[in-house]
Design a protein around this ligand. Structure first.
Ligand code: AKB
Length: 328
């Protein structure tokens, strides 16, 4: 199979896309990683460190043209409407997440691309799924449109592998915590906002109950998981679009307590909203043994190490005057 040489990251301005693009530029060379955004302006770092184009994943012609023009052999499709926004506009969630994915897979098939990576999420699980140590193979009956699109996406990836020989891969991301770009419209966003608010205001009103426990991951582990899966030999994979990956699990109260170790006056109150029901439908912890066995997945960050690093990074950004309101 041909190698990975020229990568297009669609959704490159988002929370994961922005940091993944920079890591890929480091590994594959700046000029070989094309960042694509839809509407939001890229940060100067993202814009100036390599090629940047405007490309909406639902626009098939534009996607085709971008792949041809930049001689792309690998697409990473990070464009998605997340769980909370998806419940406000289910039709749009379907269009972006499913129609966008089919466009990506079709472009990969027609242009004979080396690889396509399309993330999935813990949102594929639902209330009937075992909550603790959720197995790789289990009940997939999500109750959100986002979850429905992600189950569909996993099935589509596996279909394109089997039917057309497209090398499509994906991971079930847990909540991703990071200090560079804010997430937008997810249920796990509280686990990021809490850090910004701790630094900026010393208090936070959390939109899920204090006993809400979800699987989470720090961005460096997320980037490592994504790049390790991309680099794994196709022959060693038994799964394709649906790898469980875990790193840590904690309740909202445990996260607040960890931050308080560094900021003793930090105050958190809890006012659950519609996102509580979504959080309650997802697992607390994940069995990721398939990812460990098939491509050597191993996370590096636990709650304590992540919290220390997050606070250090956000404090530095705050001092540089870079932080802005992180309202939910
Ligand atoms: C969300 O909360 O919607 C996302 C996810 C878990 O996929 N962060």
């Amino acid at each position: 199979m041909a190698g990975i040489n020229r990568i297009l990251v669609v959704g490159a301005v988002g929370q994961i896309g922005s940091e993944l693009t920079m890591a890929l530029r480091e590994k594959y060379g700046s000029d070989n990683v094309v960042a694509a955004g839809r509407k939001t302006q890229p940060s100067p770092t993202l814009r100036d460190s390599g090629p940047f184009v405007w490309c909406d994943v639902t626009d098939r012609k534009r996607l085709d043209a971008t792949v041809e023009q930049h001689k792309i052999d690998t697409i990473i499709n990070m464009a998605a409407i997340l769980s909370a926004t998806g419940e406000k506009n289910p039709q749009r969630c379907w269009d972006v997440n499913v129609a966008g994915l089919i466009n990506t897979l079709e472009v990969a098939r027609e242009h004979n691309l080396t690889q396509v990576l399309c993330p999935s999420s813990i949102a594929v699980f639902g209330p009937e799924t075992p909550k603790e140590n959720t197995p790789q193979e289990t009940v997939l009956r999500p109750t959100t449109m986002y979850g429905v699109t992600k189950v569909t996406g996993e099935l589509l990836c596996d279909y394109y592998v089997r039917r057309f020989g497209v090398d499509a891969r994906g991971l079930r991301y847990p909540g991703i915590i990071s200090a560079e770009t804010l997430p937008g419209g997810g249920t796990t966003d509280y686990a990021v906002e809490i850090f910004y608010k701790a630094i900026e205001e010393g208090r936070y009103t959390c939109f899920v109950r204090e006993d809400t426990s979800l699987p989470m991951m720090y961005m460096p582990d997320c980037i490592k998981a994504t790049m390790d899966l991309m680099a794994a030999p196709f022959e060693s994979l038994k799964h394709h679009g649906d790898f469980n990956i875990g790193a840590m699990s904690f309740t909202a109260a445990e996260l607040a307590a960890e931050i308080k170790k560094h900021i003793p006056d930090f105050e958190v109150t809890y006012e659950p909203d519609f996102r509580q029901e979504i959080a309650d439908s997802w697992p607390s912890s994940i069995d990721d043994s398939a990812a460990r066995e098939e491509w050597g997945w191993e996370p590096a960050y636990d709650l304590a190490r992540m919290t220390e690093d997050m606070l250090e990074k956000l404090r530095a950004r705050h001092q540089r005057g870079e932080l802005y309101g992180s309202g939910s």
